[in-house]
Design a protein around this ligand. Structure first.
Ligand SMILES: [Fe+2]
Length: 171
């Protein structure tokens, strides 16, 4: 084997699939934000609920200014802002449309969508848990891929899509 990339040719792989590979997960139109309202549990739309690796990918949509509870992360978080802007009370930077932010594990922050932003939409990739904390860092509650899965099941049942609707997002 060399480090050189082989010449590209338009020939599909014809061998056997590798063992134990989960199905691909493809969700159309995630950037066109005019999809079925039932997919949203108020502000949370799951795209991937990865129970085998302990992370989830979701779109967060906030349609008025407001605060999302102060929390601490046990794993890394990536946030790509698709629309509007937001910031953390604890940091000087702003997440603006088209920007990408990395939140290291252990960061404690309080998300604010400022006055004047009609709609904020951000794609989050969250590994591990959210630990909700008081202003001194004392733990108040926990959310992770398992609680998100449960909430999504309840939501999709309530809106008539059925509890199992969420299974397509689980890996
Ligand atoms: Fe966060």
């Amino acid at each position: 084997m060399s480090n050189e990339r082989p010449v590209a040719e338009a020939v599909a792989y014809r061998g056997l699939p590798l063992p134990n590979v989960p199905e691909d997960l493809v969700i159309p139109n995630v950037l066109g934000l005019d999809f079925d309202e039932r997919l949203w549990d108020v502000w949370f739309r799951p795209l991937v609920l990865n129970v085998s690796q302990g992370y989830f990918v979701n779109i967060l949509r906030v349609r008025k200014s407001g605060i999302l509870s102060r929390h601490r992360h046990t794993g890394p978080v990536h946030a790509t802002t698709l629309k509007g802007k937001w910031h953390y009370l604890e940091h000087p930077w702003w997440a603006t449309e088209g920007s990408h932010a990395f939140e290291p594990p252990g960061d404690i922050h309080t998300l604010e969508v400022p006055e004047g932003v009609e709609e904020m939409v951000t794609l989050f990739h969250v590994t591990g848990a959210y630990i909700y904390v008081d202003a001194d860092g004392k733990a108040l509650g926990v959310e992770d891929v398992f609680s998100k899965l449960q909430l999504a099941q309840d939501h999709y049942e309530k809106v008539g899509l059925g509890r199992d609707y969420v299974q397509q997002f689980v890996r």
